[in-house]
Design a protein around this ligand. Structure first.
Ligand SMILES: Nc1nc2c(ncn2[C@@H]2O[C@H](COP(=O)(O)OP(=O)(O)O)[C@@H](O)[C@H]2O)c(=O)[nH]1
Ligand SMILES: [Mg+2]
Length: 232
């Protein structure tokens, strides 16, 4: 019942463990690994995974998480589609909690929040989490949603939700874009608490302040006001 889309850019150290945990989940029907021009051997690691549910899609060069997700979403064939980052920050043992509102037909979209209590999370960067809360607040104000964690990597959709809009962002602007377009479509959006093992920059975190600026641009661009201005 579940298509898991794994955007992967230079994650040779973590992709094998990530895929093992994803494949251990009883929900996982297919796994679409979208390699985004990795140069660290990630592709060779994925090619060694012996499971017919795994398909490797290769981007011709590095284009960004957004472009990788768009490629994976276009190939998804199961009723539900989940985004799984390849860096072990998000744990597939949260799949039952993420899927429950969808299986109960209460939700069309589920966000896994790192700021809703109840699940263990690594304590790391104050300014980073403040930045996330600010972006979530701005996105909420422009989409009239009361999310706690708009930037979360754990987003799950009924496939028809993803087929109902055209995505444009190539990089990390995809998170606010997905949020704004799901909101504009009046889909039923739920949040559940998830565990989160954030990684440090020394451990390979790549997101930077430019991504923060791009996120603000993306929040405004895909908000109802931004869409009206763009259509003029
Ligand atoms: N940073 C980065 N990650 C990418 C890219 N393409 C795909 N990804 C994947 O997107 C996921 C999230 O990236 P990450 O750097 O962990 O971002 P963060 O967790 O939001 O800080 C990981 O699985 C990356 O491998 C890219 O061009 N840049
Ligand atoms: Mg990450």
């Amino acid at each position: 019942m579940l298509t898991v889309v794994v955007p992967c850019f230079n994650e040779a150290a973590t992709i094998a463990t990530t895929l093992k945990r994803v494949l251990d989940s009883p929900y996982t029907g297919e796994v679409l690994v979208v390699d985004d021009g990795s140069t660290d051997g990630s592709v060779e690691v994925v090619e060694r995974v012996d499971d017919s549910r795994v398909r490797l899609l290769r981007q011709p060069e590095n284009r960004g998480k957004g472009a990788a997700l768009r490629r994976g979403f276009a190939e998804a064939s199961r009723p539900f589609v989940l985004v799984q980052d390849a860096d072990l920050e998000y744990d597939p043992s949260d799949y039952p909690a993420l899927l429950a509102p969808l299986l109960a037909d209460e939700a069309d979209v589920v966000f896994g929040s790192r700021f809703m209590g109840g699940r263990p999370h690594r304590v790391l960067y104050f300014w980073h989490s403040l930045g996330n809360r600010f972006l979530t607040l701005l996105s909420n104000a422009l989409t009239n949603l009361n999310l706690t964690d708009m930037e979360t990597g754990y987003k799950v959709f009924r496939r028809e939700v993803l087929e109902s809009f055209e995505l444009e962002e190539d990089r990390f602007g995809i998170e606010p874009e997905l949020t704004a377009k799901a909101a504009a479509g009046r889909w039923r959006i739920y949040e559940v608490g998830i565990s989160y093992r954030g990684r440090t920059y020394a451990e390979g975190k790549k997101i930077g302040w430019r991504d923060g600026v791009r996120a603000v641009v993306s929040i405004v661009r895909y908000s109802p006001i931004g869409e009206r201005l763009r259509r003029r």
